[in-house]
Design a protein around this ligand. Structure first.
Ligand code: NI
Length: 136
């Protein structure tokens, strides 16, 4: 079993009151797991400040496939990044809108750049890149 380090935290009563309220709402049963998740999130953010770090993640986007030549541009971009794109899931939401999720792996800088290029295409209504980490 992994060893656990215990530590005390000094905190203003008002701050811990607000924290407890939030974590209860989110479903945490104790402060420890909530604090561990916050630390993990911070470590991921810190690691991926370095564009050369290795990353895995997803890009979720919504677009209207009727917009100009968006579909062609999107496909061209994806075919130029076959090393970074592990999989693509496309769902036709309604007559106009598509939901697409790309699973990405590679250098953080390359993934970020690809996501920025896709998000800035005309017709992409919403795009969100989530970078995560398995080594925590
Ligand atoms: Ni579609």
């Amino acid at each position: 079993m992994e060893k656990i380090t215990r530590f005390g935290v000094s905190i203003e009563p008002e701050l811990i009151k607000k924290f407890d309220k939030i974590i209860k709402k989110k479903g945490y049963t104790n402060r420890s797991e909530a604090i561990r998740d916050i630390i993990r999130k911070d470590l991921i953010t810190e690691k991926h400040m370095d564009p050369n770090s290795e990353a895995i993640g997803t890009l979720t986007m919504i677009y209207d496939h009727h917009t100009g030549n968006l579909t062609n541009r999107l496909l061209d971009l994806q075919h130029d990044h076959t090393r970074e794109i592990l999989s693509t899931t496309h769902i036709h939401i309604d007559h106009h809108n598509c939901l697409e999720v790309l699973v990405l792996k590679g250098k953080t800088g390359n993934i970020q750049k690809l996501a920025d290029n896709i998000k800035s295409l005309k017709g992409i209504k919403h795009g969100e890149l989530v970078i995560t980490e398995s080594q925590l």
